[in-house]
Write a protein that binds this ligand. Structure first.
Ligand SMILES: [Zn+2]
Length: 637
């Protein structure tokens, strides 16, 4: 079978502008055509599902492309046109789920003999229709349609404000004490004698980790916590109201109940229980860690009071250096971007028995590296790595699908949008790179499917962070790191330093889990409690979750990008981590064990969304997963 053709990108700005609109128009026409045929009645269940899949494929492909362009294209006009396309395509997607004739055309085949995959597509799609509101009275259906469209519009605006809301502060050169020399060289003082620091990660991360001047850390972290505020305040307030009304109309207790119904966790109440379980599992260790941070802070300044989130990463770094002889700046000297990129590719390639062949094509920006994903001469997919910050680009790190893979028909393609330094990278950045690459290979290897609905990262949403968090482990393996690191003299990172990094990493882990639990509490309680005062509620949840204090009076929810896509379900990260820790245990002492790796690829990644996540995990582990490996990891000292 010949491999399908990859995406052909426009070559000039006019082409991009046209594509940003035209591809959505084309998809709308295709969907109308296939839906028309389906409404007219298909002869067999298989024929009906194929028609549904054809429309689904057109819609998902165009939506993926529009999302990537809206977050990554360097031209603001293209981004705006792509955003309009997202809005239009999302509106079509939700309108279809309110279409009684379409629903009836599929529901007619319920109970007929189907193969397992058809059966799964039919039952999932009928559930989508019910969740979309098809069974409501006409007035309620219309209201759900309005609310769903409004959710899309508000979510796009929320993301845009974060993307375009970069902030800057100015500090005196002497206030950069503690930062590495290459950082200082790249940040000279301006005409006013002051140095500009931005909230982009390549400035934020080193400052919050290395700056010994507390005021500098606090000023930049405070600026970061004010990202997209006040613009996003009314947007978020309305988004929460829209979601609550939609959940109520659809017959759910709250938005968390609506969101969790098709996920592993199953209900909003179970989220609350899970958060309590995390609280209980991490409380004692966090309480033991906190006094050490406080004591270290007071060695800098006896009047410093309590540790804040602007001190957290700095203090962890200092303590890891003093207690475990891990100097983060020394560690950083081994990770030049130009070595890390091929290192990540080689590691993932070796693990998953794939190769990455560079492809010399023009994409949306010259920074983008494109590779074909190849095994035994066969092209399995294509990836695009857009890894450095620029004005107006998505400001965090994430994997975006570009084309949903269909065997023999559509080549799976996916994109990483990250914001890494161009020179030396912190080890945190390297871990993030492995994390996002875990999503990327899931998307590509899960992209050999019959139905678009199950292509790529298409499992239950609270499982999606398991493959990504699992791959982070490879960034902590001495042998793996030695294979691509080098200091200025060409020597790889020594194994004993990596071992000390691992020991040091365990210190502060419970506090880090509680920081994550703080995000999960905010995401859940803003959606479920519906507080009037978002600032007060957010500060409350961060304050009661961790002994590390939030900065007072700031508005971090305005820049909390996950509140759109993850909604009430930020718990996903820890839920997936519980599973990832158990998956990790199967590799034992050898992360490159070929038979375990092959089983992982076959049982977890390649099925995409074809089977329930619980089944994937059991097929890989040979037993149901448990909380034990996570608990051990949390208690590891
Ligand atoms: Zn992730």
């Amino acid at each position: 079978m010949t491999s399908p053709s990859p995406f052909a990108f426009p070559t000039d700005l006019d082409g991009w502008l046209a594509a940003a609109t035209q591809h959505a128009d084309d998809a709308v026409s295709l969907v109308r055509h296939f839906d028309g045929e389906l409404r007219a009645g298909a002869a067999t269940a298989s024929a009906a599902l194929e028609l549904w899949n054809d429309a689904d494929l057109a819609l998902r492909g165009a939506l993926s492309e529009a999302h990537v362009l809206s977050e990554a294209h360097p031209d603001a006009e293209v981004r705006a046109a792509a955003e309009e396309s997202v809005q239009r395509l999302e509106a079509l997607a939700s309108a279809r789920l309110l279409d009684e004739a379409l629903f009836a055309a599929l529901a007619a085949f319920e109970g007929e003999p189907l193969d397992a995959e058809e059966e799964r597509l039919l039952s999932h799609t009928l559930r989508d229709f019910r969740r979309g509101g098809v069974a409501l009275a006409p007035a309620d259906r219309e209201r759900v349609r309005e609310l769903t469209d409004r959710d899309t519009e508000l979510s796009l605006a929320f993301s845009r404000n974060i993307r375009e809301g970069r902030r800057e502060i100015r500090v005196a050169p002497e206030d950069l004490a503690g930062l590495p020399q290459d950082f200082l060289d790249a940040h000279p003082a301006g005409d006013d004698g002051l140095v500009v620091l931005t909230t982009d990660y390549p400035d934020l991360m080193p400052v919050r980790e290395y700056a010994t001047t507390r005021a500098t850390r606090t000023a930049l972290v405070a600026a970061y916590n004010e990202l997209a505020w006040p613009e996003n305040e009314p947007i978020l307030a309305e988004l929460l109201a829209v979601r609550a009304e939609r959940a109520a109309l659809l017959g759910y207790g709250d938005w968390a109940d609506y969101e969790t119904e098709p996920r592993m966790i199953g209900s909003g109440a179970a989220v609350s229980d899970f958060l309590e379980r995390l609280d209980e599992a991490s409380r004692a260790a966090a309480e033991a860690e906190y006094p050490l941070l406080r004591e270290r802070l007071h060695r800098d300044d006896p009047d410093a009071g309590e540790v804040t989130i602007a001190d957290f990463f700095y203090l962890l770094g200092q303590l890891r250096k003093e207690r475990h002889d891990v100097d983060a700046q020394l560690v950083r000297s081994y990770f030049t971007f130009d070595r890390v990129l091929p290192g990540v590719l080689a590691t993932a390639g070796r693990l998953l028995d794939i190769a990455f062949e560079p492809v010399d094509i023009a994409t949306w920006h010259e920074d983008v590296h494109t590779y074909d994903v190849v095994r035994a001469g066969e092209r399995l997919g294509r990836i695009h790595l857009d890894l450095h910050p620029r004005e107006g680009k998505f400001s965090h790190a994430a994997c975006f699908p570009l084309a949903p893979g269909i065997t023999g028909r559509v080549l799976p393609e996916a994109v990483l949008l990250c914001n890494f330094a161009r020179g030396l990278m912190t080890h945190d950045e390297v871990v993030t790179f492995f994390h996002e690459f875990g999503h990327l290979v899931h998307d590509i290897l899960g992209g050999a499917q019959r139905f678009a609905r199950f292509s790529g990262v298409a499992t239950e949403w609270d499982f999606v962070e398991a493959p990504s968090q699992l791959l982070e482990e490879w960034a902590w393996d001495a042998e793996v790191l030695a294979s691509f690191t080098a200091d200025a003299d060409g020597a790889p990172i020594p194994a004993d330093l990596v071992e000390r990094m691992r020991v040091a990493d365990a210190f502060g882990r419970a506090l880090e889990v509680r920081r994550q639990l703080g995000h999960a509490n905010v995401s859940y309680h803003l959606h479920v409690d519906r507080p009037q005062d978002l600032q007060a509620a957010t500060e409350h949840w961060y304050s009661v979750t961790s002994p590390v204090r939030p900065l007072p009076g700031v508005h971090p929810y305005a820049g909390f990008g996950h509140l759109t896509g993850y909604g009430s379900c930020y718990y996903t990260y820890q839920w997936s981590l519980v599973i990832a820790r158990d998956l990790r245990s199967a590799f034992g002492d050898d992360l490159m064990d070929p038979s375990v790796a092959a089983r992982y690829r076959r049982e977890i990644l390649e099925p995409g969304g074809r089977r329930d996540a619980q089944e994937l995990v059991e097929a890989f582990l040979g037993r149901p997963y448990s909380f034990d490996a996570y608990r051990d990891w949390l208690g590891a000292r």
